[in-house]
Structure formats: structure tokens, C-alpha cells
Design a binder for this molecule. Structure first.
Ligand code: G
Ligand code: G
Ligand code: MN
Ligand code: NA
Length: 254
């Protein structure tokens, strides 16, 4: 496939960039972290969004290359943030199932963090329900290894996969991200209202933190805060932005 060769070039020529979307505390609006979302600035095809290339490489080794690049870039951004005094901001990185289950991931991340002198708590790894449910024993082992390193783990797009509550109870993740297909209707769809409040309560009973995704209105934000949700992300606060812009935002609010 053309795209796989292009990916190698894209990495070498640094055509891949991380945009960052703020994740804010609902109680006071403070930025706690950023989700890293990849962008491909292709010299002839222009901007390619992740939805238009990640799915094409997800089963190939190219996804490992991209994932390792994203992890390295995220750690570099964390290092730069720390140099400017932002040492308690975290970055969340999306990991594909194949990459998550590839041996050596923990060692790779450990080396990146050590050489940048960034603490493991600053990195949050987002994995989808699917990655952990399809090979649950392997996934559990990887999760334990990553947790031992001090990394934090989030289950992304929660509610869209085939999550079983028994797995949810067993897996040692830290953060649950409620997919925006539920938060979108939280104020006008009775079923979504109940799903969202129930998921928040369930996560809290298991000792996890909740991030609501896709928050677009003040009313959604107020509802989630009153439902006990700690963190939120969405266009209400900010779109994904460049690293330079994140620094502007952080300066403006401090
Ligand atoms: O940035 P955008 O809103 O287009 O993101 C679309 C989807 O692409 C996200 O839901 C996310 O799952 C995926 N994605 C974005 N960046 C990355 C990345 O660095 N690695 C992987 N595996 N997926 C990503
Ligand atoms: O799948 P994942 O949750 O990793 O990716 C987040 C995706 O959701 C990105 O493509 C991002 O651009 C998009 N997104 C982030 N905030 C909002 C929002 O408030 N509304 C909508 N419609 N999309 C959002
Ligand atoms: Mn995500
Ligand atoms: Na999501």
C-alpha cells in the first residue's frame, strides 16, 4: 500500500505533527492536560486528518512507527512544558491495539521518559475498549507492566465497544473517557442522560477518574460537573491546537 511507504517518508521528513486539545477540570476550568492528536502535513496532498490514514495502517508495522514517533514527540513536548514551569500538566496519547500489544512498548517508553527526565505520571496512554477486550489476558499483562512503570492509562471512547463490566472491574486503568456520542445528547436525550450519569457513578465506585469528551456547550459542562464528572474536553474549551498555541493559552490563564 502506498500509504505505508509514505508514512516512512512522513516520519523522516517530519510531516507528522501533534496537535493538542486541552482537558479541563470542570470545577474551575483549569487545564490539567492535553490529548495529542496527530496531523499529517503532506507536501502535495495537504493536511491529512488521522481518520484518513490511521485506519489504513492499523494492521501494519507502520502503526508501530507512527505510535513510537507520537510517543517521542509527546515526551519532547512534556519536556518543553516542564522547562517553562508547567510540570503538572499531562499529555494523553492514543495507542492503537497492535502497538499496545507489541512487546517492548514499556521499555521504549521508559527510555524516552528517562532521557527527557519526564516523570511517568505525565503521560496518559489512551487505549480503546476493543484493544483490551479482544485479547484480554495479554492486555491485562501489558497494563500491569505499564502501571508498574508509573504510567497512567485511560479507556478511550468508552461505551462504543463491547465493554463487559467484569473486564472493567479487573483492568487496572486510571481514567475512563466517555465518548462524545453519549455526551452530545446528555441534556435532551433521556437515555443518554442516564447512561452518562450511570457510567460516571460506576467509574467512581471503581476508583477511576472520568473525562467527558465532545463538550460543546456551557449547559453540558454544568450538567457534567453536577453529575460529579471531574474532567472535560471539547470545542467549548478549545479545538485541538498547535504546541505554540497551547503555550499562549497556558500563559493567558496563569
Ligand atoms: O484529531 P481527530 O479529531 O481527527 O482524531 C480522530 C481520531 O484519530 C481520534 O479519535 C483518534 O482515535 C485518532 N487519532 C488521533 N491521533 C492519533 C494518534 O496519534 N494515534 C492513533 N493511533 N490514533 C490517533
Ligand atoms: O477518538 P478520540 O476521542 O481519541 O478523538 C477525539 C476526536 O474528537 C478528535 O477527532 C477531535 O477533533 C474530536 N473532537 C474533540 N472535541 C470535539 C467536540 O467538542 N465536538 C466534536 N464534534 N468533535 C470533537
Ligand atoms: Mn482519544
Ligand atoms: Na474518544
Amino acid at each position: 500500500l502506498m500509504i505505508e511507504q509514505d508514512i516512512g517518508i512522513a516520519i523522516n521528513e517530519r510531516q507528522l505533527t501533534l496537535f493538542l486539545q486541552p482537558i479541563v477540570a470542570l470545577k474551575d476550568g483549569h487545564i490539567k492536560g492535553f490529548e495529542a492528536l496527530i496531523r499529517w502535513f503532506h507536501p502535495s496532498r495537504g493536511l491529512i486528518m488521522p481518520g484518513n490514514f490511521i485506519p489504513h495502517i492499523e494492521e501494519s508495522d507502520a502503526i508501530i512507527k507512527v505510535g513510537n514517533y507520537v510517543l517521542a514527540e509527546a515526551v519532547e513536548i512534556l519536556k518543553r512544558l516542564r522547562l517553562q514551569g508547567w510540570d503538572d500538566i499531562y499529555i494523553a496519547v492514543n495507542l492503537s491495539a497492535k502497538h499496545y500489544l507489541t512487546p517492548g512498548l514499556g521499555d521504549y517508553i521508559k527510555r524516552l521518559l528517562a532521557s527527557a527526565m519526564v516523570p511517568p505520571q505525565s503521560l496518559l496512554l489512551e487505549v480503546t475498549e476493543e484493544s483490551v477486550i479482544e485479547q484480554v489476558d495479554e492486555a491485562m499483562e501489558v497494563m500491569r507492566e505499564l502501571k508498574l512503570l508509573g504510567l497512567r492509562i485511560a479507556i478511550d471512547d468508552f461505551g462504543t465497544g463491547y465493554s463487559s463490566l467484569s473486564y472493567l472491574k479487573q483492568l487496572p486503568f486510571d481514567v475512563l473517557k466517555i465518548d462524545r456520542c453519549f455526551t452530545a445528547g446528555v441534556l435532551d436525550n433521556g437515555a443518554d442522560t442516564h447512561i452518562v450519569t450511570t457510567v460516571i457513578d460506576l467509574a467512581h465506585h471503581l476508583g477511576r477518574t472520568v473525562v467527558a469528551e465532545g463538550i460543546e456547550t456551557e449547559l453540558q459542562s454544568e450538567f457534567l460537573d453536577s453529575a460529579g464528572c471531574e474532567l472535560a474536553q471539547g470545542y467549548l474549551y478549545s479545538k485541538p491546537i498547535s504546541e505554540a498555541k497551547t503555550l499562549d493559552i497556558l500563559m493567558a490563564i496563569s
